[in-house]
Design a protein around this ligand. Structure first.
Ligand SMILES: Nc1ncnc2c1ncn2[C@@H]1O[C@H](COP(=O)(O)OP(=O)(O)OP(=O)(O)O)[C@@H](O)[C@H]1O
Length: 237
């Protein structure tokens, strides 16, 4: 995009990111100088008590929100120097978002949900069918793709949401408590899909979680405390 060699930079870097909500006596410091470097192909978990700033940080990483102070770099590109349109384009082409509550359109089938996501991302009609089917097959839903969300289990609904997030082949997945609504077996299935995405597509994943069993399945765990990031455990790259 800017002629620099992406390989020289971490995929994503937050540098001294502070986010303050409200004003005066009502000020809330959701983040206070959060610094984190995310290398390509890693599966990273953010942990922290409720209200520790995990969602705020993920929203800032997704360029859905901006830091009050500090900077986010996307493959070396300074987010504060990007226009809203550039951020929108980057989000549509490079980032996939997954939410705790799946956020599927209830009156569309799994296939239609994924296809609709591709339409919003601006993918031309002829490519959408192939990409949607590929993504749904990848998450193991080839045989269930024409069912409505209400006819799918929680794990299948979250796998549909993953298919929607990966169908446009993003570099980075940001997932806010993606396993929180699932039982442990379905949570593990989601983690297997994440692992497979990293192995076969080289995708990078940052997710938040409260679940210690899920933390055992990731590469790095970072704890958010007092709006800052401490390293909990980092495995060899
Ligand atoms: N739009 C907002 N306006 C005011 N305060 C906010 C806003 N968004 C978040 N906060 C506050 O910022 C802090 C961090 O919230 P955040 O949602 O990032 O935490 P979290 O770690 O994701 O929590 P949980 O695990 O409960 O989802 C909280 O004190 C929250 O009340």
């Amino acid at each position: 995009m800017n002629g620099t060699d992406d390989a020289c930079f971490p995929l994503l870097e937050t540098r001294s990111v502070t986010r303050v909500f409200g004003k005066g006596n009502g000020k809330v410091y959701a983040l206070r100088g959060a610094t984190l470097s995310v290398g390509q192909g890693r599966l990273i978990a953010l942990k922290g008590r409720s209200g520790s700033g995990k969602t705020t940080l993920l929203n800032i990483m997704a360029a859905l929100d901006s830091p009050t102070e500090g900077t986010v770099f996307y493959s070396g590109r300074d987010g504060s120097e990007m226009t809203e349109q550039q951020k929108n384009e980057m989000r549509k082409s490079e980032i996939g978002l997954i939410f705790q509550s799946f956020a599927l359109v209830p009156y569309m089938t799994a296939y239609e949900n994924v296809e609709f996501g591709l339409r919003i991302a601006g993918i031309p009609t002829p490519e959408r069918k192939k990409l949607a089917e590929q993504a749904l097959s990848f998450v193991g839903l080839a045989g269930r793709m024409h069912h409505m969300p209400s006819e799918l289990s929680g794990g299948e609904q979250q796998r549909t949401a993953i298919a929607r997030a990966i169908a446009h082949k993003p570099k980075l997945i940001l997932a806010d408590e993606p396993t929180a609504e699932l039982d442990s077996r379905m949570g593990k299935q989601v983690m297997q899909v994440f692992r497979e995405l990293i192995r076969t597509e080289g995708i990078t994943i940052v997710m938040s979680t409260h679940d210690p069993h899920i933390m055992e399945l990731v590469d790095d765990v970072y704890a958010l405390e007092d709006g800052q990031i401490g390293s909990e455990s980092i495995k060899e790259a």
